[in-house]
Design a protein around this ligand. Structure first.
Ligand SMILES: [Zn+2]
Length: 191
């Protein structure tokens, strides 16, 4: 899997929720354990007051996520999935109307709009495939990382759960990091 992370910006909300999750999960001081593995630039950002609505380098998020995964131990992809799930809870709890609609298609459609608010680059599109199957396609990404895609699996999965979908199944069937033109997420659920 490839990645290009030396450009692009994301909203600070990602950094805040991921650090919060890491602190909640650990029985030890995770920030201390992470510090030795973070670049000076990332350490400076973590030392500052991070604003949820301000832009930060994409690579800061990837560096933090990777370090959290290593510091917490266990399966990296499972940790990144959990980070994504938690970020969805934090982000979507503020969108009561959408969540309360109990319509997974609606909450997934909303991600296309949300994408533009939270990530400065790339396009996304949502396609309803069947009453309980949807597809999110993310394309034209100059910057990408499998760390980010793994988090999105958790994020979208939790979004569907929050909107009332049960037994959610999600798979990334194509990925830019693996040489594809786009990242394709297939999601299904039960009522
Ligand atoms: Zn991908």
């Amino acid at each position: 899997m490839n990645e290009i992370i030396d450009g692009g910006r994301i909203k600070g909300g990602f950094l805040i929720s991921h650090m919060k999750w890491a602190k909640q999960q650990s029985h030890f001081d995770i920030t201390q354990k992470m510090n030795g593995h973070l670049s000076a630039e990332t350490l400076a950002i973590l030392d500052s007051v991070i604003l949820a609505t301000a832009w930060y380098p994409f690579k800061t998020l990837i560096e933090i996520d990777r370090t959290i995964a290593q510091a917490t131990g266990g399966d990296d992809s499972a940790t990144l999935f959990e980070l994504g799930r938690f970020a969805a809870q934090v982000t979507l709890n503020g969108m009561q109307k959408v969540v309360a609609a109990s319509d997974p298609h609606k909450i997934l459609r909303k991600q296309v709009w949300l994408h533009k608010q939270l990530v400065e680059f790339g396009n996304s599109e949502y396609i309803e495939i069947a009453p309980q199957i949807g597809r999110l396609v993310r394309s034209a990404y100059p910057w990408y990382s499998p760390v980010f895609c793994q988090g999105l699996l958790g994020y979208y999965s939790e979004a569907v759960t929050m909107a009332g979908g049960a037994r959610v199944q999600i798979k990334e069937t194509e990925c830019i990091c693996a040489g594809s033109e786009q990242c394709v997420f297939e999601i299904s659920w039960r009522a």
